[in-house]
Ligand binder design. Sequence first.
Ligand SMILES: NC(=O)c1ccc[n+]([C@@H]2O[C@H](COP(=O)([O-])OP(=O)(O)OC[C@H]3O[C@@H](n4cnc5c(N)ncnc54)[C@H](OP(=O)(O)O)[C@@H]3O)[C@@H](O)[C@H]2O)c1
Length: 265
Amino acid sequence: MANLYRASPKDGIAWVTGASSGIGRGTALELARRGYTVVATARRVQELEHLASEAKGLSGRIVPATCDVTDPESMVWLVERLEREHGDIVLAFLNAGIYFPLRANPFDAEAFRKTFDVNVYGVINGIAAVLPRMVKRKRGQIALNGSVAGYGGLPRAAAYAGSKAALIAMAESLKFDTDLLGLTLQIVNPGFVETPLTALNDHPMPFLMKLDEASRRICDGFEQGGFEITFPKRLAFILKALNLLPYRAYFGLIAAMTGWNNKAP
Ligand SMILES: NC(=O)c1ccc[n+]([C@@H]2O[C@H](COP(=O)([O-])OP(=O)(O)OC[C@H]3O[C@@H](n4cnc5c(N)ncnc54)[C@H](OP(=O)(O)O)[C@@H]3O)[C@@H](O)[C@H]2O)c1
């Protein structure tokens, strides 16, 4: 794609949502290591302050700020304030996300609402706060944190996989416009990464990756550009290939691979 903007710490600051733990925390630290001033946001301020202290001595720095991604107005104000105080946001990693393992019975509609509120509307609120500013400056890079779980349905993931599928399709659709605007839009689709979120899983997690390695891969992907940042490649490839199969084969193989055949309804 011709001349899409690629972020650099010389041009401005980075913003990472969901930076109080897991992938957001690891990526914020890695970006600070690579020279960025990183505004790290989440709801738990104490964790963000610890993160800022941990970044002392790196070539960049971390500025903590509280923010609930489900509150659209406060996100707009936050971005206005951050840019006034620290400079233009050239890289936004909209990462905050939650996961509840769910079954069909009992059906928990509230858990679906919460999941879509954070994983989908939280990302939409972030785009709405930062994209118009980037469009005006003709300079900006936005990455959404999806998941390989968004490629297709998985046991216990109706809300989570549904929310991530929405992000992938949303990013694909927006890219037609952001390309014309010269901005970079990316989707990050990690496989399993060791974080508090995956600590909830009691099923096998093939190719589980350490957080530091995942954070480096994400930041390499920001630097390299391209639409999708996904890892480990083997898992992404297997899941994409399974999704090309007829449904009968897809359901059978996924159930066998996850041990789902043995679960009581
Ligand atoms: N770990 C994996 O294997 C994996 C794989 C694929 C994709 N992902 C995606 O990666 C992202 C991060 O996951 P993780 O594994 O790092 O989980 P995590 O350690 O549980 O971190 C989730 C982050 O989201 C923040 N958050 C949750 N609700 C929020 C809200 N309403 N407003 C603002 N921040 C909120 C949390 O901060 P506060 O609670 O302080 O607000 C926390 O910083 C998620 O989008 C997840 O779907 C993870």
